[in-house]
Structures are given as structure tokens and as C-alpha cells.
Design a protein around this ligand. Sequence first.
Ligand code: NIG
Ligand code: FE
Length: 394
Amino acid sequence: MFDAVWLNCHAATMADAALGVVEDAAVAVTGGRIAWVGPRAALPAGATRTHDCAGAWLLPGLIDCHTHLVFGGDRAAEFEQRLGGAGYAEIARAGGGILSTVRATRAADEAELRQAALPRLDGLLAEGVTTIEIKSGYGLDLENEFKQLRVARALGEARRVTVRTTLLAAHATPDEYAGRRAEYARHVARDIVPQAVGLADAVDAFADAIAFTNEETGWVFDAARAAGLPVKLHADQLTDQGGPALAAAHGAMSGDHLERANEAGIAAMAAAGTVAVLLPGAALTLRETAHPDVDAMRRHGTRMALSTDMNPGSSPARSLLLMLNLGCSLFRLTVPEALLGVTRHAAAALGLADRGVLAPGMRADLALFAINRPADLCYWMGANPCVGRVVAGA
Ligand code: NIG
Ligand code: FE
């Protein structure tokens, strides 16, 4: 006897590269886990509750695996500056960019950060997102980084969603360490990372010409691994500095951005099982002409995820469904690649083995869409056909 079954639906289970499509499907749930999925005609009898999906498509709950969703203020003025010709790195070097959000985030208390973040989160949930990663990185000292992480955790209590938190203290060098970047990186490694255990699920860093060197990033990653925390990396977004090889060498769960990643790095990521997280919202906003080498990722079998990178500067993207379209149109992903990128491979980028695929034993996180075929999720821009969301079977 199942707790509940979902009928009158089609399923895209994500179980294979063709999306594991089952037309006229049924999904049965017991104890918050998927108990059975397959053609309706083969469904074993007996369920306490029955849900009629009215012909909707059922997918694993969507996963936004790279966001900076908790922050103070916004950077609309900087957006206008960039439209006027100013560059992202140029604004950052002049003390704007990430550091301007750091000032606003430090000035905000937890209630204010939470109030500002909730509508952003709610927009994603309305699209069928059931798991989200949220990074710190706008505090840049222990107190303010942990304040961001606490707010992120509280969002997961306030809404029916899994929130995974990532410490990104190595995002930029704060004003009080101006000219002493390496010293700040050492401080992050020695004093902040070890104390983040219990509050952060992972540790991230920004390795780039405007951020940290590979050596400094390595200190932070060594500290993370000593503390038992998995790592991720903002890699080769603005410059090719060999970030993917660094990520792979540290067994990172993911290397993210990768606009300028070279083929050797992409191959190293595949060999290490490091997922490539592609962020077309940032590429579009920064009007990038260099795009991630998706062909090389295909050749080497690097798993690709897609995410919003939602942040106030480089990617004010509040829709994961729009990223599906941009992933296809801008980065030339296929429809199956894009959809696997917000489900199965996004779960892998977060080290979550219990979701992202509809299969017996997996968490019963589901998203229901009123569409004619899975490709519709990638095809339309600015539509939201999500008609239902199930979290752990409820
Ligand atoms: O993922 N690349 C670095 N960090 C963010 C940008 C943060 C910001 O501009 O505030 C990113 O794109
Ligand atoms: Fe990011």
C-alpha cells in the first residue's frame, strides 16, 4: 500500500540521457520517498491518496545549485554604469562590485536580509525548485559571513525547500585587508573555515585575477578538507588561470562559470567527477563573448549543471527556467543537457545522492508542469508553467 500516487501525468525521470520519459505514467510515494515509477498500466494497486495531475509533466523537483541569494542592497546603479560602457572588473577594482554589496550586507541585520531574500526564494519555488544552494561571500569577516549563512539556513526553515549553505569567505579581499590579500586568505583558512562546520555544507572560493590566486585558494581548500567540508570553485570566469585543474586536484564537487576554462582543465574535472556548473545569466549580463567549451565537456564526459548564479552584480537572474532557455540559446546545450543540468547533475554539484532523478528510494521532491513536452521548459522565455510542487512526498 502506497501513501499516495500521482496519476494522469507524463514523467521525465532523468534516469537516462533521453530524460527517462514515461508517457501516461504513475508515480507512487511512501514515507516521503519514491516507491514506484513507471507506466500507469503497470502500477501495482493500492494507495491511500490519489492525485490527478490533469495531464501535467512530472519532473524531479528543480535544483538551483549556485546562488548568492542572501545579500543587502542592490547594484542597479552599477548595471546602468555598465550599460554606459564601464567594465565589471574595472568597477570591482574601483571599490564597487562585490565590495559595494559587502558594505550593504554588513549594514543589514538578519531580519532585513531575510525580508529581502524571501521574495527571491519564493520566485524560484514558484517555478518548481525544491533544493537551492545559497552562498555567503558578502560578509568577508567571520561575523558577517556567518550572519549570511544563518539567514540562508533560516530560509530553509521558513519555506518547504532544502537549503544547502556554502561558505564563500574567499570571494574578495575586504577593505580592512586592502593590499594584504594573502593575509586575508590565510585568515579565512585558519580562522573562518574551521568554525563554519555545522553552519556551512561546503566551502567555495573565487580564483581569478580580481580575486584570489590558485595558491591562496589552495590554503582555503586545504582548511576545508581538514574540517571535513567539501569544496567548490568559481573557476576561470574572467581569466584562464587553471581553476578547473585546481578544482579537480582538490576533488571539488563542482567548478563553476568556466567561460575561459581550457580543455585540459575540463578533462581533469571529468576524471575527478567534478561537475561543471554553467551560469548563462552571468555570461549574458557581462555580455561575455567567451562561452564555456561545451563541446570539450561532451568529449570528456564532464557532467554539466545549470544555475542562476543569482546575485546583485553579475547575474541578477531570478528565474531558473529562463536559465534553461539561455543554456540552450547562448551556450548551445541540448534540451536533455539543460534539463539534466537543473536536476540530476545539479544534485551531483551539491553532493546530494538522494534526489535529481525519479527512481525508487529517492526523495519524493517533484515539480509538475502544464506543458506538451519537456522541451517546452527550454523553448519558452519568461513563462512559468509550474502547476505543482511536492516536497518529500507532501
Ligand atoms: O558568481 N564571480 C564571482 N562572484 C559572483 C559575482 C558576485 C557579484 O558581482 O556580486 C558570480 O558571478
Ligand atoms: Fe557565483
